[in-house]
Design a protein around this ligand. Sequence first.
Ligand SMILES: NC(=O)c1ccc[n+]([C@@H]2O[C@H](COP(=O)([O-])OP(=O)(O)OC[C@H]3O[C@@H](n4cnc5c(N)ncnc54)[C@H](O)[C@@H]3O)[C@@H](O)[C@H]2O)c1
Length: 260
Amino acid sequence: MRFQGCVAIITGAGSGIGRATARRLADEGARLALIDWSAEGLAETASLLPATAEALTLVLDVSDEPAVEKAVAEVLERFGQIDVLCNNAGVAGGHMDITEQDRAQWERVLGVNLIGPMLFIKHVSPHMRARRKGAIVNTASVAGIRSGAGGNAYSASKAGVINLTMTAACDLGEAGVRVNAVCPGLVETGMTKPVFDYARANDKVHKLGSRCELRRYGRPEEIAAAIAFLASDDASYITGQALPVDGGNTASLNMPGMKV
Ligand SMILES: NC(=O)c1ccc[n+]([C@@H]2O[C@H](COP(=O)([O-])OP(=O)(O)OC[C@H]3O[C@@H](n4cnc5c(N)ncnc54)[C@H](O)[C@@H]3O)[C@@H](O)[C@H]2O)c1
């Protein structure tokens, strides 16, 4: 029960990793503000929480600054405090060649994946600073560390999230507010459904995750466990870090043909 008495905002809580994080933090006693642009997704997440859990659901686009500011005010009005912020909402971009990049697509992906977390940090951190307490966990990606795991815009957005994590940690460290990131490898969620559907249809599911040292892809609950750790007092001396949660994927070049 590491989050007893705590209030946590989770964005992208209507599916996948955000939903698993909501369940994990609720299981550990947190009161939740669940944010997503999908009302249906949020309703399903809320229905999966323990009966005793207290959750506020807010439907908004994380890249819309007035909506973010209003949501933070609503959370403070309802709960009076914010202890944890999980910036997790994200969208995939397409996999186009560098010569075929589309500016509007880049702006959409950066708007949600990078500007969204910045906006929530901007509007939540004055409250955390004033209380001299708080933990922020951003969901980045292995795509922000190496190429090959996402399209160009997506990968750049996640590299940006890793750097935002460091710069925000430097700005907020003096106030005792910690900022970290998780960098998940491949996990089966709404975002990666097309990849899994294709692999299943072509009898290739065993290949997904085969480049990871653990030889498998991840589960949303495994990412949620790492987010919960970084958000908890167990990580009280960790800030400005981006933790790969990827079955060892980024630990190795794992070049084809080098291993039998
Ligand atoms: N699944 C993976 O393999 C993987 C790997 C690395 C990183 N990630 C990251 O994990 C995070 C969660 O993704 P997921 O895999 O659970 O995918 P998902 O599609 O299952 O969940 C993402 C959620 O974010 C919401 N969302 C998207 N854009 C939004 C916006 N503008 N405003 C509000 N809500 C919005 C969606 O409605 C959805 O509920 C993302 O940041 C993603 O980039 C996922």
